[in-house]
Design a protein around this ligand. Sequence first.
Ligand code: TXA
Ligand code: MG
Length: 321
Amino acid sequence: MQIAKANTEAIEKAGDILRRGGLVALPTETVYGLAADAMNGEAVARIFETKRRPTFNPLIVHVPDLASAREFAVFTGEAEKLARSFWPGPLTLVLQCHPHAGISDLVSAGLSTLAVRVPAHPVGQAVLRAAATPIAAPSANRSGRVSPTTAAHVASDLGDSVDLILDAGPCEVGIESTVVDCSTQTESAPSLLRPGGISVDQIEAALGKRMGPRQDSFEAPRSPGQLVSHYAPRARVRLNVASPEPGEALLAFGPQIPPHCGPMINLSETRNLREAAANLFAALRALDAEGCSSIAVLPIPGEGLGEAINDRLLRAAAPRP
Ligand code: TXA
Ligand code: MG
């Protein structure tokens, strides 16, 4: 495992690692984040693998300033107000995503929205500039554990599975950023998705009005039937299929494909789960766009990232409300 004091040299190195698809634990003013290039699907898949997250929760994209945030997301008037009041700082805005801006769709778990934030920590800032790419970063803890506020917390939770841990001492805020949904263009006011480092009072003061009713964040456990806001294909989804039916779309995995005629996408010919995770959401969308009435999915092993892949597929296959 490598922990380095966050000096100029270590920050340059972190930038290199991120550009090459590696993982860096970096300090922000809230908590330490587990960072990867948000434009590299396999690097983002490594985040879920390393955290041992059994589901694909949408992640926050970190950028150095408002101008770069605009490259990836659509700012409403209210989002603009909040960004100007609190960035850089512990506020995350959920906005409509620019679809062709190149963010891996594993980052937002197939949603049409994107969570963005401009961190205030000088080291976090310096790494974003050194990497010169948007950075996906959830808290750098193993899934189910508390968020890390020191480099030592990260090391004890994630240790060798991270390429570099940048140590800049304890985080100042110590709790995660406040997440506010500003993704709707309608009259409805922005709403709180997760309380955090900036209070509701502060946000309402900046907006000059009350926030809308609090929504459920993706951190709260949900049953598949409640996941209406999550992208589900139009087509029916059949899991663990051995032989696809004629006319069905096929979501394949591995080198052995059963006889089939119809559209087909292979998540990974080499049975690489990282590659499969990176391809998953785009593949579901593309097969859905073929207009078949159902999508047959070959069996995908349940270990490692396979757990999150199967969780997502189960949700896609769950009965619709
Ligand atoms: O302070 C923080 O925000 C830290 C540091 C590292 O920046 N990051 C962090 O990320 O806490 P994470 O992945 O642990 O939490 C992301 C939160 C979750 O509550 C998630 O549900 C929400 O943001 N979120 C992300 N994308 C979303 C989206 N498109 N729609 C709704 N909620 C979203
Ligand atoms: Mg977290």
